[in-house]
Design a protein around this ligand. Structure first.
Ligand code: NAD
Length: 421
């Protein structure tokens, strides 16, 4: 398998070659381009904590800070056995692009600890989270680097990290972390932000393509935070979700699914195979969901689910990427040849980081916004971002995926140039 970081670097190089002509000063362009291929700083720490059995154990921890020309570094912290130096480096580059695409004043970062969190007790997770924040304290802060939750980390972990960080620096600084509990300065509207914002992008795209929601069919892979809230808001906007899946498989109804009812039934029965039985609906495998002849396919669970192996079977006209990196580079090339539109993840799932930005703004203001205000501002940012990418794609005669990357890179380079050498 191709190394993820090398792949991202390759993509950035390709994208940079498409905008090179816009910069008359070739030397300057080359200098800034090469800076974009690697993180500005990579922090590696060995964190030793006391286990519940009294023994000590050491864990590898990372933080990659890619680029901060547009503002403080921003990005999640994940707890996962696959966390590696290359993974955080690649993800930090993608975070720089994501923040630039929606025009929020941040650069990109990503962090992680190489662990299987299921093997640790709640107290061990608390100790490890605090050890991470303490070790990272010299490199983070509201105007330096603002971490957030990611895979296997949540508001509880952010609360522990905030406590350890504030203890270390001796002041209250809630704007150092986002995704916190409301009682510690978290923002209203954060939970559903990513899914809701994805539905806003779908609505804007549908307007552009003159698709009528009532007859536009969707299949959504994943029914977790992102998949559920996306489905909820998309169906509220009138779109017809004919299939939705969890890790066991997909439920299908030609007439469309009642999303809140589906959640209630999933909570009651456990998984979609049992829900399908209870409702007497068709039950499909997750692979079958990906090949349904729908208008819009929405991978909202895992990365790399559409690959060179199954891309030829995709029958949807559009893929709206809600998960991070659900389409591999090879598969993406085939989709392009088949004229299947891909609405890119750095746009579609940017609602989460956007509301994280609102959380930071509220913390810096020492004030909290109403949920209505959060949603109103989120909607403005997502609609503007879609419009800009749509127009740029038209002018440059490129697809949405390339347009989003190019726009993001141009914004970052502009900030770098303005700062001078
Ligand atoms: P989650 O853990 O809440 O939900 C994941 C869902 O995927 C669950 O319903 C699970 O049952 C399902 N799933 C697992 N394996 C599956 C499989 N093989 N087939 C189909 N479904 C499967 O996670 P989430 O927060 O909803 O994140 C989903 C994706 O969105 C991830 O790629 C994540 O990186 C990305 N993302 C999340 C956010 C956010 O705010 N939560 C923001 C940006 C990007």
């Amino acid at each position: 398998m191709v190394n993820f970081f090398i792949n991202v670097q390759k993509q950035i190089k390709e994208d940079l070659s498409l905008i090179e002509g816009d910069y008359p000063d070739k030397v300057l362009f080359k200098k800034f381009s090469s800076e974009l291929l690697n993180p500005k700083r990579l922090i590696k720490k060995n964190l030793t904590i006391k286990l519940d059995n009294g023994k000590k154990k050491t864990f590898q921890a990372f933080r990659s800070q890619h680029n901060d020309a547009r503002g403080p570094f921003k990005g999640g912290i994940r707890f996962h056995p696959n966390v590696s130096e290359d993974e955080v480096k690649a993800l930090s580059i993608l975070m720089s692009l994501k923040c630039a695409v929606v025009g929020i004043p941040y650069g990109g970062a990503k962090g992680g600890i190489k662990i299987n969190p299921k093997e640790l007790s709640a107290l061990e997770i608390e100790r490890l989270s605090k050890a991470y924040a303490k070790a990272l304290a010299p490199y983070i802060g509201p105007w330096v680097d603002v971490p957030a939750p990611d895979v296997n980390t949540d508001e509880k972990v952010m609360a522990y990290m905030l406590e350890a960080y504030e203890k270390e620096v001796g002041i209250h600084a809630p704007g150092t972390f986002t995704g916190k509990p409301i009682a510690l300065g978290g923002s209203l509207g954060r939970t559903e932000a990513t899914g809701k914002a994805g539905a806003i992008i779908l609505e804007e795209y549908a307007k552009e393509k003159k698709l009528k929601p009532k007859v536009t069919t969707l299949a959504v892979q994943g029914f977790g935070n992102v998949g559920y809230w996306f489905s909820y808001h998309a169906s509220k906007l009138g779109f017809k979700i004919v299939s939705a899946s969890d890790s066991v498989g997909a439920i299908y109804s030609e007439k469309g699914l009642d999303i809140p009812k589906l959640l209630t039934l999933k909570e009651k029965h456990g998984d979609f195979s049992k829900v399908a039985k209870a409702l007497k609906f068709k039950f499909l495998s997750n692979d079958e969901l990906l090949t349904l002849p729908v208008d819009v396919l929405v991978p909202a669970a895992l990365e790399a689910v559409i690959t060179e192996k199954n891309v030829f079977l995709v029958k949807a006209k559009t893929i709206l990427e809600m998960a991070n990196g659900p389409v591999t580079t090879e598969a993406y090339k085939t989709l392009k040849e088949k004229a299947i539109v891909v609405l890119p993840d750095i746009l579609c799932n940017a609602g989460g980081v956007t509301v994280s930005y609102f959380e930071w703004v509220q913390n810096l203001q020492g004030y909290s916004w109403t949920e209505e205000k959060v949603n109103e501002e989120l909607s403005k940012i997502m609609k503007k971002a879609f419009r800009e990418i749509h127009e740029y794609a038209k002018v440059k005669k490129v697809d949405y995926h390339v347009a989003a990357n190019l726009l993001a890179l141009k914004r970052i380079i502009e900030a770098m140039i303005l700062r001078g050498l």
